[in-house]
Design a protein around this ligand. Structure first.
Ligand code: ZN
Ligand code: ZN
Ligand code: FE
Length: 757
């Protein structure tokens, strides 16, 4: 008998629920190898036996030909004694043990399933829950690991005979596809009125007809309920806004396919790749003039958030409606998106005219992800459905398991162990009991799912954040507070696989400083373990505290007072519009009474926006700055100049930009030109600050983070200026620059401190 070897193999990474075992089975069969393959809590284990050359070929093909949704992090092998077995079998799953196997993210319907969906002869023709090992729901239906049907929300659906045959056939595309089902055995679609009573007729045709009549439809999706209307109907979109109490914040639109998306927006190659990826995020795109989209969908915005269908139900619905639809989160105002059927019915009954729903439970609320393309690279703005829970690989490894609790707005948390940082789905603003429950339950769920028992817990320094309070109540762990802007810069470093030191420019709305004041226009000298505040915007009073965030005109008053200490110029429109409260607000600012000082860059943008008449009060976070960016004349170059007081830390005079803008306004310069000059002025201020610090400290790399860098005009200009000066510039890609990225930053800071302790 010729020589035989037997090798034990362990594969780690995203290898469960992605067709890995049938792939291994097929590969071993092709090469005539004996052995076995199975799932356990660590991933996939296998043993292969046969001639050495064939085993070697098997190992090469294992990574080279892995299934599309798999992500292999590590393959380890060990020699065994051959037992002469020639057959290859799939072993039963091994439950329990230490849990490190990675659950994959939800994935858009694959081409094979779409072909079956459209094939009248297929037994799943037109079935809205078709899926296979290469696509379908994952994270949103998983209750526990290992990833097997009894641990998913499909547990209640017993497979019919044909489905069971496919499920058990290693040669079938649905081999061990946990959510596999068909019209005979799987979930069922229903159309109900807003009272929950089922409506007669075909649910899909009925739903499409309602949309075409301009009605508001609630649609149960992968991670929660959406609200849908005809995107071209001004009346329907306006009614949805009124009922949702969402005045201005843009709605996302779903288009049937790439061609339909191209009628709405300019879709270049990189953006097309994002739109059609299996992750199917909402992609922010430049809107085409004359696009068939009602004004109420994204009022006053040159951009539109567009996504393509990602479930079979979406594909069927879009085909039936035959036009783009608004698809926005199913909630009222700022509440979390509804995902449980009874709760959705209760909360959305006053908004939706009807519900297109089904009986497959959603285990965890997961919002749509939002991305844009920046310099050919994906840039996440909200990382959630389709991305989570795929871990961010981090090197060096975490010495001990870490829980990072994140910030307050756009909260995410992060559980990290070894070289994996699992950043949670978008939890939302931790301002109400329901979101807080999502946060605490989410942490428990992730701990179980990934078998991570945190020994180190990182939190924001802001004593009033609910995430901070949660951390401080935990017992038996080492607690470590991380300054907000340090966390932003650390997140940017981790995002780029770097560890500094860098010049960190953290521009955002607000964050608690180490001196107890509110920071937000920060230049840091930062590594992972620590930082030094090397410069910042001159702090300006926020008259009325939180009221100044909701009413940008108050920031205009405070900044004008700083810009013109001898008295403001006459005839300012912003003062006239707010004349009743203007003097009182000015005196709050000058007396420093209920007017906390803040170096926030977000408040500087607010002041400019109000000065230019863009907006005196906002309806959602960041609105004034977003609209100021929209106002700016894109072709305009040249800008204002802010002086820098070169003490240490240096002080950058944001009020110089407001003084220049007020001067131009008085001289009759058009507001779009002023808005552009202001943006260029902020960019020049960042350039000057970085040059000063490079000169002082000899650093050549700049990391940009904080929510202000969601402003594409500013980001583009700052990056170009810094690169022209020879700096290497790090920007975000895999996690958001806004507070959604804070938890990752906190986690890597905690780990760096742990290593140096
Ligand atoms: Zn499929
Ligand atoms: Zn079936
Ligand atoms: Fe922030």
């Amino acid at each position: 008998m010729s020589e035989r070897v037997r090798t034990a193999i362990r594969v780690e990474g995203i290898v469960q629920g992605v067709g890995f075992r049938p792939f291994v089975y097929a590969l071993a069969s092709r090469l005539g190898l004996g052995g076995l393959v199975g799932n356990d809590a660590d991933g996939v284990f296998a043993e292969v036996e046969g001639p050495p050359a064939a085993v070697k070929e098997f190992l090469a093909a294992l990574t080279a030909e892995a299934p599309p949704l798999a992500r292999i992090d590590r393959v380890t092998t060990a020699a065994m004694t051959p037992d002469g077995g020639e057959s290859f079998v799939i072993a039963a799953s091994v439950p329990g043990g230490q849990r490190r196997a990675l659950v994959s993210a939800d994935s858009a319907t694959c081409a094979d399933c779409l072909a079956e969906l459209a094939d009248p002869a297929d037994r799943r023709s037109g079935y809205p829950f078709i899926n296979c090992t290469n696509c379908g729901p994952r994270f949103t239906i998983v209750r526990d690991v290992p990833y097997d049907r009894p641990f998913t929300t499909m547990a209640g659906f017993a497979m019919c005979e044909p489905c069971a045959a496919e499920y058990h056939d290693p040669a079938d595309r649905r081999f061990h596809a946990q959510p596999t089902c068909c019209p005979a055995c799987g979930p069922r679609l229903a159309l109900t009125g807003h009272d929950g009573q089922e409506l007669p007729g075909d649910p899909l045709a009925g739903a499409a007809a309602l949309l075409r009549q301009g009605k508001v439809l609630a649609v149960k999706g992968l991670g929660g309920y959406h609200l849908a209307v005809d995107a071209a109907s001004q009346d329907a979109a306006a009614a949805l806004r009124a009922r949702k109490h969402r005045e201005d914040k843009p709605f996302a639109v779903m288009a049937a396919d790439l061609a339909a998306a191209r009628q709405l927006c300019e879709v270049h190659e990189a953006a097309a790749g994002l739109l059609t990826s299996q992750r199917r995020p909402v992609v922010l795109l430049p809107r085409r003039s004359g696009a068939p989209v009602a004004d109420a969908v994204a009022p006053g915005n040159r951009q539109l958030g567009v996504m393509l269908p990602y479930t079979p139900l979406h594909h069927l619905l879009l085909a039936a409606v035959a036009r783009p639809i608004v698809l926005t989160s199913g909630n009222v105002s700022d509440e979390p998106i509804a995902y449980r059927d009874e709760d959705a019915l209760a909360r959305l009954a006053d908004i939706a005219d009807a519900f297109l729903t089904h009986d497959r439970p959603i285990h965890i609320r997961t919002d749509d992800s939002v991305v844009r393309e920046f310099r050919g690279r994906e840039m996440l703005l909200r990382r959630s459905r389709g991305y989570v829970p795929e871990p961010v690989r981090v090197r060096p490894a975490f010495p001990r398991p870490v829980l990072a609790c994140g910030a307050e707005l756009k909260n995410t948390f992060c559980l990290a162990k070894d070289d994996h940082a699992v950043v949670s789905h978008h939890i939302g603003d931790l301002e109400n009991a329901e979101t807080l429950a999502s946060f605490t339950e989410g942490i428990e769920h992730f701990r179980r799912l990934f078998g991570i028992e945190p020994e180190v817990v990182a939190y924001d320094l802001h004593p009033d954040y609910l995430s901070t309070k949660y951390a401080l109540e935990l017992a038996g762990v080492d607690l470590t507070g991380v300054q907000h802007h340090h966390a932003h810069i650390a997140a940017c470093l981790a995002d780029n696989g770097e560890d500094g030191p860098v010049i960190g420019v953290a521009f955002d709305g607000t964050g608690y400083g180490t001196d107890g004041t509110l920071w937000g226009g920060e230049f840091l000298l930062a590594g992972l373990a620590g930082f030094e505040r090397a410069g910042h915007l001159v702090p300006v009073p926020m008259p009325g505290g939180a009221a100044a965030i909701r009413q940008p005109w108050r920031m205009a008053a405070a900044y004008l007072a700083a810009a013109f200490p001898g008295g403001q110029p006459d005839g300012l429109a912003v003062a006239r519009r707010n004349e009743r409260h203007w003097p009182a607000v000015l005196s709050l600012a000058s007396a420093g009474v209920s007017a906390p000082l803040s170096s926030s860059a977000g408040r500087l943008f607010d002041a400019a926006a109000a000065l230019l008449g863009v907006r005196d009060a906002i309806n959602y976070e960041g609105q004034a700055a977003i609209e100021l960016e929209q106002l700016a004349a894109p072709a305009q170059t040249g800008g204002y100049r802010a002086r820098i007081d070169p003490r240490d830390p240096f002080l950058a005079r944001g009020s110089d930009l407001i003084a220049a803008a007020a001067g131009d306004l008085a001289a009759g310069v058009p507001p779009p030109v002023i808005a552009a000059r202001f943006h260029h002025g902020v960019a020049a201020l960042i350039e000057d600050g970085c040059l000063l610090l490079a000169d002082r400290h000899g650093l050549g790399t700049v990391a940009l983070s904080g929510g202000v860098f969601q402003n594409l005009l500013l980001l583009t200009e700052v990056t170009a200026r810094l690169e022209a000066r020879g700096f290497r510039v790090l920007v975000h890609s895999r996690v958001p620059c806004n507070d959604g990225g804070i938890s990752l930053g906190q986690a890597v800071v905690a780990a760096a401190r742990d290593r140096s302790a």
